[in-house]
Design a protein around this ligand. Sequence first.
Ligand SMILES: *[C@@H]1O[C@H](CO)[C@@H](O)[C@H](O)[C@H]1NC(C)=O
Length: 195
Amino acid sequence: MSSALKKVLVPIANGTEPMEAVIIVDVLRRAGAEVTVASVEKDLRADASWGLKLIADTLIADCTQTTFDLISLPGGMPGASTLKDCEILENMVKKHADEGRIYAAVCAAPVVMLGPWGLLKGLKATCHPSVMDKLSLFATAVESRVQHDGQAITSRGPGTTMEFSLALVEKLFGKEKAKEVDGPMVRRNQAFGVF
Ligand SMILES: *[C@@H]1O[C@H](CO)[C@@H](O)[C@H](O)[C@H]1NC(C)=O
């Protein structure tokens, strides 16, 4: 697997789930990916869920000439539907998919974006438990925490986003890099007696 520079696009909007956006960006940057956070709002600032304010690197309109190795879509509402309504993004993701590259979505994003865009056809996919019934309109709905089928990698919510992001690292850089990134994050449940 090539270890050349990998470019990743993570679009954000008002109402994006900040944990999902931030974990994807953080984990992929730990792996050495060049991640571009692009706002589909008028400004770089997106008011994410739970009062979190995110500042993007650029506006989506300034990304159309770039070829990304991966486009990864965060969930959260209404962020996912705002992303879905962004025609520039829709055209970019469809072209990216046509060209055989990997696309990924978590939480509501598989159902709200990838499904309606026709990018889950004939594929196994997962999404947030609250919208699983809708997912079966577009895909073979499965309850995996992370599902990889064809060019699509999907996942379920904030709590699965770290393993989802590591799956993206593995896809782009290989298993060794994913292990190297995973270790220092101390991800596994250490049984603190919380539950
Ligand atoms: C998104 O949030 C920004 C910052 O609060 C605000 O200026 C903008 O109007 C919001 N966009 C929409 C479409 O509501």
